[in-house]
Design a protein around this ligand. Structure first.
Ligand code: LLP
Length: 422
């Protein structure tokens, strides 16, 4: 959805007052498309809104780096006091490079490798969200070897059905995530055996883009049915999952979650791990029209972005609004499919998108692409991943350059004998 940062002024799409056409496109000799553009102002406004809504719970906020791990974004959030929720050594290292105190990093993940766990213990990561009985054993042995004690939250699978897309629900009982009740209790009952683990929390993330607060309540209540029996369990980590507004449908707000949680979590230390709701509506993916065709009764607009830049529509059937960068008031909107060049029938960025007549070179912006966009980009079809631009106040900069085809060849150490490209 358009918002205060990403909006039209005189028929031209702007990001915090900078016209997209000042940054992008052949016409302006600007950056090549596709390109991600993020509003830092919007990201910080979202973070501030979250803090304000949750003020009475005074939570530790660990931004979930998996949603968007660009260093400029991590740095800006860390400067505002955010910790980081990381799911790999890659994300932990990124957080450290961005200036995060290791104590403020939560290391989560269903399949942490021994090597990742060791590196994280050595780095002094503040919390380990553990999801497996054997992981407790492994982490304890590593901690003994390194000579440290580490703080643990046990990730509980509370067997609740989150109201969201099936591909991003995590709290149902057949999900691969978390410890079921039997295993959770077994670990808690034998915690004395884990000499170098301090088990201080329960973690219950039940899914992403949550459509209501009910399942979160059930998950937290399930955790609270256990926590009071163990006095060292003083922390409840509810994960992330706060929704972004991809369209006009009503969504629960931060305040709805906070109001529901406040009476339940009184007396507990609270951790939250928001990702999407901080960055989704702060980012757009700008793409250029290559061709159009009308076949089988469908108007198709072929653009230079694809599932390799934004996988969400192909992977989950997720719907993103797509708008022209320059409005064409004289051309009435017609439904169109916006598709990419990748050799896959599922390489569709949007269907039934109301667009004016499109021509080669026209720019389109895919909205709400700041979360789970660039981080899920791939090099399928040997497509270099796009640049990321950050608009910071009234200036903008390239925060990550576009990859080149030579970048992709580098891993195989070939001498192409061909000139390097820019
Ligand atoms: N904490 C845990 C343990 C998680 O698994 C996740 C997301 C988060 C926090 C952050 O959730 P958020 O606030 O962003 O909803 N690629 C999918 C989303 C996958 C979410 C994975 N876990 C998508 O594009 O919709």
């Amino acid at each position: 959805m358009l918002n205060e940062s990403i909006r039209y002024v005189n028929g031209r799409l702007q990001v915090d007052g900078v016209p997209v056409t000042d940054m992008v496109g052949e016409l302006t000799a600007g950056l090549p498309t596709p390109v991600y553009i993020y509003s830092l102002k919007r990201i910080l406004a979202n973070f501030a809104a979250l803090k304000a809504a949750f003020a009475s719970l005074n939570p530790h906020i660990h931004y979930s780096a998996k949603a968007n791990a660009n260093l400029a974004i991590l740095r800006a959030l860390i400067d505002e006091g955010a910790g980081i929720d990381a799911v790999s050594w890659g994300e932990i290292k990124r957080a450290l490079v961005a200036g995060c105190d290791p104590e403020n990093i939560v290391f989560a993940g269903v399949g942490k490798t021994p090597e990742e766990l060791k590196l994280a213990v050595e780095a002094g990561v503040g919390w380990f969200n553990v999801e497996n009985v054997y992981e407790c054993f492994l982490l304890n042995s590593l901690a003994v070897n390194v000579g440290r004690t580490v703080r643990v939250a046990l990730r509980y699978n509370p067997a609740v059905e989150a109201s969201t897309m099936p591909g991003i629900a995590t709290g149902h009982k057949s999900a691969k995530f978390g410890l079921n009740r039997t295993d959770l209790m077994a670990v808690l009952e034998s915690q004395a055996d884990y000499t170098n683990l301090r088990i201080e929390g329960i973690h219950v993330h039940i899914g992403s883009q949550l459509g209501d607060t009910a399942a979160t309540r059930q998950g937290v209540e399930a955790a609270l049915a256990i926590a009071p029996r163990y006095p060292t369990l003083h922390t409840i980590n509810i994960g992330g999952g706060f929704p972004a507004r991809y369209n006009d449908t009503q969504q629960p707000t931060y305040a709805d979650f906070a109001t529901m949680l406040q009476p339940l979590l009184d007396g507990y230390t609270v951790i939250i791990e928001p990702g999407r709701s901080i960055v989704a509506d702060a980012g757009i993916l700008v793409t250029q029209v290559l061709y159009t065709k009308a076949q089988g009764g469908v108007n198709t607009v072929i653009v230079d972005a694809s599932m390799t830049e934004l996988l969400r529509p192909a992977l989950y059937g997720a719907a993103h609004q797509i708008v022209p960068v320059i409005e064409k008031p004289d051309s009435p909107a017609q439904p169109a499919s916006v598709v990419g060049p990748v050799c896959e029938t599922t390489d569709v960025l949007g269907t039934q998108i109301g667009l004016p007549e499109m021509q080669h070179g026209d720019l389109l912006a895919i909205l709400d692409a700041g979360a789970y966009g660039m981080v899920m980009a791939s090099n399928y079809n040997q497509r270099p991943r796009p640049a990321e631009v950050v608009v910071d106040g009234d200036t903008w900069r390239i925060a990550r350059r576009r990859e080149t085809v030579d970048d992709l060849l580098r891993f195989e150490q070939v001498d192409t004998g061909l000139p390097a490209e820019k």
